[in-house]
Design a protein around this ligand. Structure first.
Ligand code: SF4
Length: 413
């Protein structure tokens, strides 16, 4: 194991200054009101509900954080190292959800650096998914036959310590119209690309005007059938879901959205309202959740998260095994834990509430689903299958020349 240098106190500039506030702000929680009165006493309601105010007032430094929470030794030690790959930034809204006294609180663990980030463990890599090797033009990853990943910015309002793209986010080195145009030209010249996933960084930190430009260019390409946006904004910056933004997004259907969420604590009245407003705008919503040790690696927490998402019309989509980025060992669970959680969901709750559990294969192999064994063998032509309670049932399968590869044959008890 070796140390790496991670933390920067350099504040970034928000990417745009266009106006836009949440026109129907949801009621804040009592805790967030106390937080606001304590740490931002001069902020008006309209400040707090303005996503640009939230970006301008992000907490990005050790001193800023130390004023708000009682830092543990591990958190303090993380800040001893300067020069950073992954910066620290938290919106005031999301910071108001952090427990100032409990270093193990899920949102705090996801946002506040700890000394374990400085350790490099075997198998970890800066770019474990090999995205850079599948990038025909800067900011575009073409790994699957009919779809591309379009990285339109490296800026996020808040940085997750386990971010797959920690090698690039927060560097302010990518994006901009020239780079976007090159990616759009590539997509336009590849008729096999029917699906474009816009990600980053967080695309919803771009201005409405920038998003309108990007979506308009992509929608004008005849073979682009579907556009998706990957974002964490509804969880960390729900103020971003303004009427003006919704008016832009609605112009480009079919538009889908994948929302990154990791714990039920994120589902406040504000974040729920943000998701509901997106759903009301006709955008199908799916969730993406990273399995994180000590944060959401229990059946109870994961089931609660999935149920809460369904209530706000977000379909649980992917549960990711945490990618082996550098300094991630304290976040990663054994795969067996993920399978246990999957087993604790499948059959025990609505099928709509069960995400696909995947490993994004290191080296660029793409997402590989992990499913506990349900086919236990054959008896003659009968297929022997196990249900969610562990009971084995017999299905009268149709005879096949090929048989069932890999299945063992044993009699049903
Ligand atoms: S919001 Fe997404 S891109 Fe940004 S730091 Fe978190 S995981 Fe990474």
């Amino acid at each position: 194991m070796e140390a790496k240098v991670l933390i920067s106190e350099e504040a970034e500039e928000p990417p745009s200054n266009a106006a836009g506030t949440l026109s129907r702000p949801a009621s804040p929680t009592p805790n967030s009101l106390v937080f606001r009165q304590t740490h931002f006493p001069n902020a008006s309601d309209s400040d707090w509900n303005d996503w640009h105010w939230q970006l301008r007032n992000r907490i990005t430094s050790f001193s800023g954080l130390a004023r708000m929470i009682q830092l543990s030794d591990s958190e303090r030690n993380a800040f001893q190292f300067r020069g950073a790959t992954l910066p620290m930034a938290v919106t005031p809204y999301y910071a108001s959800l952090i427990d100032p006294e409990d270093p193990d609180q899920p949102i705090r663990r996801a946002m506040v650096p700890v000394a374990s980030e400085l350790l490099v463990s075997p198998g970890e890599a800066q770019d474990p998914l090999g995205e850079d090797g599948h990038s025909p033009v800067k900011g575009l990853v073409h790994r699957y036959p009919d779809r591309v990943l379009f990285l339109v910015t490296d800026y996020c309002s808040s940085y997750c310590r386990y971010c797959t793209r920690s090698r690039m986010v927060g560097k302010r080195k990518s994006g901009g119209k020239t780079q976007w145009q090159q990616a759009i030209n590539y997509i336009a010249s590849h008729p096999e690309v029917r699906d474009v996933l816009i990600s980053g960084g967080d695309p919803l930190t771009l201005s409405d005007r920038q998003l309108d430009w990007l979506l308009g260019r992509l929608r004008a390409i005849p073979h682009v059938e579907m556009i998706r946006i990957g974002t964490k904004a509804p969880m960390v910056l729900p103020q971003r879901i303004t009427d003006e933004l919704l008016a832009v997004l609605k112009k480009y259907h079919p538009l889908w959205m994948s929302i990154h969420c990791m714990h039920p604590d994120e589902l406040t009245e504000q974040s729920r309202q943000a998701c509901i407003r997106l759903a009301d705008a006709g955008i199908p919503l799916g969730s993406q959740t990273v399995l994180l040790a000590g944060i959401n690696d229990s059946v109870e927490t994961m089931k609660r998260l999935m149920h809460e998402l369904l209530k706000i019309r977000v379909k649980p989509y992917y549960l990711y095994q945490c990618d082996p980025i550098v300094g991630s060992s304290h976040f990663r669970t054994p795969v067996s834990r993920g399978l246990e959680i999957y087993q604790g969901l499948r059959g025990h709750t609505s099928g709509y509430g069960v995400p696909t559990y995947v490993i994004d294969a290191p080296g660029g192999g793409g997402k590989i689903p992990l499913i506990p064994e349900t086919v236990v063998g054959r008896d003659g032509t009968d297929l022997l299958i196990r249900n969610y309670e562990g009971n084995v049932y017999r299905y009268p399968d149709k005879p096949s020349d090929k048989g069932l590869a890999g299945a063992e044959v044993f009699p049903c008890e």
